[in-house]
Structure formats: structure tokens, C-alpha cells
Design a protein around this ligand. Structure first.
Ligand code: NAD
Ligand code: ZN
Ligand code: ZN
Length: 351
């Protein structure tokens, strides 16, 4: 089968012909219908040798939807939610050790043995879904999607789930009369705007460097959106009755966006830093951060949260703005995302 493999750090991934996997033990084989392309894929491709614990080569793709085509001989006993051959599913991508308390609770994203395994999940050190088939270690990683189109479902497993998990951590701060700011309205950010609208009372303000991303923020339900400029903090405050924001979700994570994020928060405000843009914050008392400042570094989400995101999408409250490319044109899609030419989420569909 065809697969897009990362074979050398810092080099473009290469299309390759690999054996179609056969499920053993508790494994499940999924025929891929769509795999999302995430900016994290670019961060992984660009990583210096040794920066990540992953062994090369492996197939990229950590956002996957498809159809179960075969179960390993021991998969039966662990089949969750009645997953059977023929079922259409989305794959819970963070794969932990599978046996610690966190993994047992469906929170592989915070596996206690994270530092002892050479992967972070599907397509992140383990063969992922930018291929015709994906081998999933256990049916516990599958969430049924019913008749959701694959291009809608695949992005739910990271862009949707990570945003949902980040918002969940901020929810106590986002009651009536509050304001949330989303920085970076791309694959994750446009779903974060929708999730904030669907699950919190807060007003939603959005910031991006691209006009078309602001239009996407508006379509996603933002109350106000504005370009990233030197005076953006002032513009947002002016829009908010002169008061800072209760929460900021930073989907970029550069020095510039962290400066805006910390500059726009009101005292007691909370920052969820999701983007891996390489910026850093100095935490000190006394210092420049607002008093009562709270910071979270959410990573992906739990299996239960993925089921909740899928339910939200099936109820019509979440609509992924997705652009499809055939898997054979993956490099074109990657170049386009790199240039800032992608809108919403890009998904790759096996030809
Ligand atoms: P994306 O490229 O689709 O979206 C990023 C958006 O940010 C784009 O719209 C871009 O125009 C905008 N942007 C860029 N620079 C900006 C700036 N200075 N100010 C304002 N906006 C700016 O990327 P994505 O796939 O949504 O991923 C977003 C980030 O989240 C990436 O860094 C990715 O690695 C990270 N990520 C983290 C997790 C996690 O679990 N923590 C999961 C997935 C992705
Ligand atoms: Zn991702
Ligand atoms: Zn674990």
C-alpha cells in the first residue's frame, strides 16, 4: 500500500510502497478514508535529529478517520462501543503505554510512562494514517462516527479534540459576561471558536495575521476578529469595555503571540498555550505577568473528550472547514500549509 513516510529529519516526507499491515493480538486494521494535515506535522518534519524520541522511518498522519476492516484475534474482548468490522470510526491518536493509570482511564495524552516510549501516538513515532491502512494497537482507541463524512471526522481527532480539551480546562473561567481570545484561526483555532460558542457563555474575540483566517473566524461564530498588529492588545481591550480577557487560547506560541496573550489578560486570567511556535515566558514574582495569572500547556485530549467532540459534531454544533487533497499530492498540501495558504484544515484522501 502507499504511505507517506518520514525517512530523515529535516527532509520532505517520501511516498513509499509498504506492506499492508495484518492485525495481531488486540490490534485493529482501519482502512483510511481521510487523514488531517496538522502544523505539528511540519514541526515534526523540521525537527533536528534527537529532538524527538521517535525512530525513523514511520508513516505520518495523526488525525485519522476510516472503516474497520479486520480485528486481531484478541481484539474482541476490548472492543469498545460495539466497534465491529465495517464500522466507521475516528482514531484516538495519542497512544500511551496502555497500562498505566492514565492510559487505563482513557487519558493516553498524559501517559505516566510517556518518557519511556519512543512515540507520542499515531503518526508521531508510530505508523500513522497518511496511508491506505492504519494499524491501531487497540479498539479502545476507536470512536464510532456513524455517517459523518471522513473529511469532517478526521480533524475532530486532533484539531477538534485538542481545542475541546484546552477549552475544558478554561471552562470555569468562562461564565456569563466573560471574554475569550483565540490567537491563530487555522485548523485548531477555527474549531476552538466554535467550541467556545457551543460550550461556554463567553464572548469570543479572534486574532490572526491573515484576512482570510479572520473571515473564517467570523464564519465560525467569533464576535469580533482583528489582524495581529502592534496595537492589537489595545484594540481588543477597547472592544471589551476597556477590560482585559478572562482567557486566551494561543494556537501559535511565538514570542509575539505570547506577548499579546499575557498583555491582553485581565488579573486572574488564564492562558492555554497550545501552539508550539518556540516562544517562551519568564515566570517571576514580582514580574510582568498579571496577578493571579494561570497557565496550562494542554496536549491533545482524552478518549472520553473525543467521544464528546464527535457527539458535538454529529449534533451540528461543529463544522470543520476542510480542504481535501489526494494523498499522492501530499507534498503540495504540505507546501501550501507552510506558505500560509491553507484555510481551516487540510485533509489527505488515499487515491
Ligand atoms: P495552522 O497553521 O492551521 O493555524 C495557525 C494559524 O495561526 C494560521 O491561521 C496562521 O495564519 C496564524 N498565525 C501565524 N502566526 C500568527 C501570529 N503571529 N499571530 C496571529 N496568528 C498567527 O496550525 P494548526 O494545525 O491549527 O496548529 C496550531 C499550533 O498548535 C501548531 O503550533 C501546532 O503544532 C500546535 N498543536 C498543538 C497540539 C497540542 O496538543 N498541544 C495539537 C495540535 C497542534
Ligand atoms: Zn496535530
Ligand atoms: Zn500509560
Amino acid at each position: 500500500m502507499r504511505a507517506l513516510r518520514l525517512t530523515a529529519w529535516g527532509e520532505a516526507p517520501a511516498p513509499a510502497e509498504v506492506e499492508r499491515p495484518v492485525p495481531h493480538g488486540t490490534e485493529v486494521l482501519v482502512r483510511v478514508e481521510a487523514a488531517g494535515l496538522c502544523r505539528s506535522d511540519l514541526h515534526v518534519i523540521d525537527s533536528a535529529p534527537g529532538a524527538l524520541p521517535y525512530r525513523l522511518p514511520f508513516t505520518l498522519g495523526h488525525e485519522v478517520a476510516g472503516q474497520v476492516t479486520a480485528l486481531g484475534p484478541d481484539a474482541d474482548g476490548v472492543v469498545a462501543d460495539g466497534v465491529v468490522v465495517g464500522e466507521r470510526v475516528v482514531v484516538y491518536g495519542p497512544w500511551g503505554c496502555g497500562s498505566c493509570a492514565r492510559c487505563a482511564a482513557g487519558s493516553d495524552n498524559y501517559c505516566d510512562r510517556r518518557d519511556t516510549v519512543a512515540w507520542h501516538g499515531a503518526g508521531l513515532g508510530r505508523d500513522g494514517g497518511m496511508a491506505e491502512y492504519l494499524l491501531v494497537p487497540s479498539a479502545r482507541h476507536l470512536v464510532p462516527i456513524g455517517d459523518l463524512p471522513a473529511g469532517q471526522a478526521a480533524p475532530l481527532s486532533d484539531a477538534g479534540l485538542t481545542s475541546y480539551h484546552a477549552v475544558a480546562g478554561l471552562r470555569p473561567a468562562l461564565g456569563e459576561g466573560t471574554t475569550a481570545v483565540v490567537i491563530g484561526v487555522g485548523g485548531l483555532g477555527h474549531l476552538a471558536v466554535q467550541i467556545l460558542r457551543a460550550t461556554t457563555e463567553s464572548r469570543v474575540l479572534a486574532v490572526d495575521v491573515r484576512e482570510d483566517a479572520l473571515a473564517l473566524a467570523d464564519r465560525s461564530g467569533a464576535d469580533f476578529s482583528t489582524l495581529m498588529r502592534p496595537d492589537t492588545a489595545r484594540a481588543l481591550r477597547a472592544r471589551n469595555g476597556g477590560v482585559g480577557a478572562d482567557a486566551v487560547l494561543d494556537f501559535v506560541g511565538t514570542a509575539q503571540t505570547l506577548e499579546l496573550a499575557t498583555g491582553i489578560l485581565r488579573p486572574g486570567g488564564a492562558l492555554a498555550l497550545v501552539g508550539s511556535g518556540g516562544g517562551s515566558l519568564t515566570v517571576a514574582k514580582p514580574g510582568v505577568l498579571p496577578p493571579g495569572f494561570r497557565l496550562s500547556l494542554p496536549f491533545w485530549g482524552t478518549r472520553q473528550e473525543l467521544a464528546e467532540v464527535v457527539a458535538l459534531a454529529r449534533s451540528g454544533a461543529l463544522r470543520v472547514e476542510a480542504e481535501s487533497f489526494p494523498l499522492s499530492a501530499a507534498q503540495k498540501a504540505i507546501d501550501r500549509l507552510r506558505r500560509g495558504g491553507a484555510r481551516g484544515r487540510t485533509v489527505l484522501v488515499p487515491d
